[in-house]
Design a protein around this ligand. Structure first.
Ligand code: LMR
Length: 334
């Protein structure tokens, strides 16, 4: 009898509204890269810190490698509230209608992480993130990946080596123009499809930071790679605005702290991760890694910097000028 009443008591307790209220708030965080990349690791770090700092009130479920959604679908899923958090690459915001993000795709606009951080971690970056709010999205942070290399099945030393090649790009008009400026044929394709497209010859080559190439094994189906560092690839961490604004204030504060720590972590490991991946690619012996000479790199720069002017009406000449000012870049001084 005693046992019965105890069980009954436990059962009613479990069904009270208070018990329901203690269900954790779930954040589904979907992304398209491997866990062993700067973004993959930073997402795991955020999960850990968010769960710790909220004392378990929040549970973060990370879905890597396009497990849940591919590039285009994940943006839609966030806006619909099917997932709460994403970190798409900056090249993927154009289709959302926030063209300012495309400024990060301009070839050779940043020479180093230090230059880049003046923009992403300063007022210009904050202003760009703010542009997302009318789309029902809150931009929380910029996370680094790194600078891109080109790959193909034939050697790449100078711009003419990419002429006529079908090159996979992310969905960005600036990247499209970049490839056209080299005489290449850009092909927009979801990240999850790139390995197979390279393997079967649907495309001839691509561009990405080494961490992405290595973890997707792209180097196993590409014979040549050139470390051109011709452009940057990084991320904006974004949340569904309705979800974010609806969180209890204390939880939102704890998550903001967890995000700040994760951003420091992401931006600290990104370079090491990419250097390690390049080492791994070299060691694999499957692709020949070429580092262009200063002169060859300058040829790429001369071929690609005119893309800034051509694309300025998309993201605004003022924005480009503001970045030049931060980084002391002068396109006339090449
Ligand atoms: C790509 O599509 O190449 C990248 O944006 C993937 C990523 O998220 O780093």
């Amino acid at each position: 009898m005693k046992l019965h009443s105890l069980l009954f008591g436990l059962l009613t307790l479990a069904l009270t509204p208070a018990a329901f209220a203690q269900q954790p708030i779930v954040i589904k965080f979907s992304h398209v890269v491997a866990t062993e990349t700067p973004k993959g690791k930073a997402a795991e770090f955020f999960k850990k810190r968010a769960e710790e700092l909220t004392g378990g009130k929040v549970k973060v479920e990370v879905y890597p490698n396009s497990q849940l959604y591919k590039d285009k679908e994940e943006m839609e899923a966030l806006q619909l509230g099917a997932v709460q958090m994403l970190a798409p690459s900056l090249a993927k915001f154009g289709p959302l209608g926030v063209k300012e993000f495309e400024v990060f795709d301009l070839p050779f606009i940043f020479d180093s992480y230090a230059e880049l951080h003046k923009v992403t971690q300063g007022p210009i970056g904050a202003g760009i993130l703010k542009k997302l709010e009318p789309k029902g999205i809150v931009g929380l942070a910029f996370w680094d990946n790194g600078f891109k290399s080109f790959s193909a099945n034939t050697p790449i030393k100078v711009p003419a080596d990419l002429k006529g090649k079908k090159m996979r790009i992310q969905s960005s008009k600036v990247l499209e123009e970049q490839m056209r400026s080299l005489g290449a044929l850009p092909q927009v394709m979801a990240f999850s499809e790139v390995y197979q497209a390279l393997q079967t010859g649907v495309v001839d080559g691509t561009e990405n930071p080494h961490s992405n190439m290595y973890t997707q094994k792209m180097h196993e189906v590409q014979k040549h790679m050139a470390v051109t560092d011709h452009g940057y690839l990084g991320y904006a961490v974004i949340v569904n605005k309705k979800f974010w604004d609806g969180l209890p204030a204390d939880v939102r504060g704890q998550l903001t702290t967890a995000m700040k720590e994760s951003t420091d972590y992401a931006n600290k490991i990104a370079k090491e991760e990419n250097d390690g991946a390049l080492e791994g690619i070299r060691k694999s012996g499957k692709t020949q890694v070429y580092v262009p000479t200063a002169e060859e790199r300058l040829a790429f720069k001369k071929a690609l910097v005119p893309v800034h002017k051509k694309m300025e009406s998309r993201m605004g000449a003022d924005l480009i000028e503001a970045i030049y000012k931060e980084t002391a870049f002068d396109p006339a001084r090449l």
